[in-house]
Design a protein. Structure first.
Length: 320
């Protein structure tokens, strides 16, 4: 029995060693370790977590740091293995020590909350900083947030916060772009720079940040930004609403009501083209009163709009 156990142990050690030292694959230009990792990722994508766990365990024992990180994720979520935050942090620590930024970020979050490691904001910042040094976007954002709020620090450092936010924005983090934009536009802790702030706000909007949509809607509505190709305030608020911003619907409704009143004012002063265009736009958005006004223009003679009975049917149906 002892000989059998020794033989099994030796075979596992040899397999791990071979996995780590396998030569580059002649067909795909990848090492055996990389090919095995691709296989595990494919299994994971198919929700075959247990099979992926077997491969990543072999790779982790062979010293692969990314496999260690992946195992940490599996144990944390209980995918293909019994859920164990303790084992998750153990594997993350091994991966973090070997420089995997995602593992460093995961550990930082664990230290942020009162989990198996206990809450330690200073340690969390230390791990965030390690991951940020490798330009991991969410880690850059978290470092910006820590310096912005003084979280785990001696106090806020707004310039460092701004610098981290800008780096995170460049790496594709919309939250960071929005925060940096606010700081630059309104001089929050740093010297105000409206032009730079607007660029950052537009960057945040390009990264689909709902708060940036709202901010650009407000700025456009107040004529603080705009141009030939610029979106209207209504378009920005619509994007914010679609992105789930809680205040967008109220602004859209307010703008519709204001536009309807303007259209009535233009109608009463014989400004048919301008009024009709507004009624038509509001009717397209489902405003029954606007549909009635649009239909009235299409039915009436000498209204300033070409009479068109067929075209009046759709707005009349909405109005009724």
């Amino acid at each position: 029995m002892k000989r059998l156990f020794a033989a099994l142990f030796l075979s596992l050690v040899c397999a791990a060693s071979a996995l780590a030292q396998a030569p580059t694959n002649a067909l795909g230009g990848k090492s055996m370790m990389e090919l095995r990792n691709d296989e595990a990722k494919a299994l994971f994508a198919q929700n075959r977590y247990g099979e992926a766990a077997v491969i990543w365990t072999e790779m982790a024992e062979a010293g692969d740091p990314k496999a260690m990180n992946n195992l940490g994720n599996l144990y944390f979520h209980g995918q293909g293995v019994e859920k164990s935050p303790l084992l998750a942090t153990m594997y993350w620590k091994r991966a973090a020590e070997r420089g995997v930024p995602q593992a460093q970020f995961a550990l930082a979050h664990e230290y942020m909350r009162d989990g198996v490691l206990g809450q330690d904001i200073a340690k969390a910042n230390a791990y965030f900083e390690q991951a940020a040094a490798q330009d991991l976007p969410p880690a850059l954002y978290e470092m910006g947030l820590s310096y912005d709020t003084g979280r785990g620090m001696a106090g806020p450092d707004y310039q460092k916060a701004y610098d981290y936010y800008v780096r995170a924005a460049a790496a594709g983090d919309g939250r960071a772009a929005y925060n940096a934009a606010q700081m630059a536009m309104f001089g929050e802790g740093i010297e105000a720079n409206a032009s730079e702030g607007l660029d950052l706000m537009e960057r945040a909007a390009a990264l689909e940040n709902p708060n940036a949509y709202m901010a650009l809607g407000f700025l456009t509505e107040k004529k603080m930004v705009g141009g030939i190709d610029a979106k209207s305030a209504y378009e920005w608020y619509t994007l914010a609403d679609r992105a789930g911003h809680p205040m967008a619907k109220a602004d859209l409704q307010r703008m519709k009501e204001e536009q309807f009143q303007v259209a009535l004012w233009e109608r009463d002063r014989g400004m048919a083209q301008q009024a009709y265009a507004k009624f038509h736009g509001l009717c397209s958005g489902g405003n029954a009163q606007a549909c009635a006004e649009q239909a009235a223009y299409l039915i009436a003679t000498n209204s300033g709009i070409d009479q068109n009975y067929p075209a009046s049917i759709a707005p009349l149906e909405t109005a009724c």
